[in-house]
Design a protein around this ligand. Structure first.
Ligand SMILES: C[S@@+](CC[C@H](N)C(=O)[O-])C[C@H]1O[C@@H](n2cnc3c(N)ncnc32)[C@H](O)[C@@H]1O
Length: 256
């Protein structure tokens, strides 16, 4: 997977893809991150990438020409089929909420272009005529799209084959599995009188699996009951949830 990130602040990405799992994925050639300085696509000698708003108002707006030129150059460098299937993502607090469905969709694409806005935002024509997706990482406003771009690169990379050690790791994670993950413990077994559950140290794998599944169900029921209607639940999961108070046949969980 090749990520192309368009930004006015390429230095924000220095080191971002060089450590931990991302660093290894880059070294192994599983992903690459091409940070593109939008100013390099400006045509005046001052490298003007933003301008005042028509109609007046505070804050500068990212001009359309350099961003269009940068995206068009990237797409032209790809085989036609890949270019047609490469999402062009505009980071924006007004966009659809970034979630696992988008992670899956982006991870299946041949490449991903991410546009980082800044200042007051971007010229509307970038949103309507260049971006294929407008994506928000949450209901708050950041200074620029650089952190959202890093969030997307990280989350999508975990679903590129072989980036994370075993496919099982990502499939068992919270949200991805449809449920919140069970609690995790490591050594020491007793830390300041707080003991790791005996069952996890019992070596009884069937009992451990059942304990983890139930913890996962209970945690989801208590913290994120909205996830349950879409989760894959066995009859015994449903029976366990019913004991907790979740309706077996209904769509909505009971209020606690
Ligand atoms: C200060 S914000 C502009 C917000 C804009 N004035 C508005 O009200 O929609 C500057 C840039 O940061 C990025 N950004 C800010 N918050 C974001 C969020 N929650 N998710 C994704 N991108 C965000 C976008 O690229 C945006 O163009």
């Amino acid at each position: 997977m090749r990520f192309h990130i368009l930004t006015l602040f390429p230095e924000a990405f220095a080191g971002a893809a060089e450590y931990s799992m991302m660093g290894r994925a880059v070294q192994r050639g599983l992903v690459s991150v091409n940070v593109v300085d939008i100013r390099q696509f400006t045509e005046d000698r001052h490298g003007t990438a933003d301008d005042y708003q028509f109609g007046g108002g505070p804050g500068m707006v990212l001009k359309p020409e350099p961003t269009f030129a940068a995206v068009e150059k990237i797409l032209a460098s790809l085989p036609a089929d890949d270019a047609a299937n490469t999402p062009v993502v505009l980071t924006s607090p007004q966009g659809s909420r970034f979630n696992q469905r988008l992670v899956d969709e982006f991870a299946a694409a041949p490449a991903l272009v991410i546009i980082c806005g800044h200042y007051a935002g971007v010229d509307e024509r970038i949103r309507t005529n260049l971006a294929t997706h407008e994506v928000s990482i949450g209901d708050y406003v950041l200074t620029g799209g650089e952190l959202p771009a890093m969030v997307m690169v990280d989350a999508v990379s975990r679903f590129i084959p072989d980036v994370v050690g075993s496919a099982e790791n990502v499939q068992e994670d919270s949200i991805t599995s449809g449920l919140l993950q069970h609690p995790l413990y490591t050594r020491p077994a007793d830390f300041r009188g707080m003991e790791a559950p005996e069952i996890l140290r019992s070596g009884n794998h069937a009992a451990i699996d059942q304990w983890r599944r139930r913890q996962s169900l209970e945690r989801t029921f208590r913290l994120r009951p909205d996830l349950l209607p879409a989760a894959h639940l066995s009859n015994s999961d449903r029976a366990y949830l019913a004991q907790l108070g979740w309706p077996v046949d209904g769509n909505e969980p009971l209020a606690e």
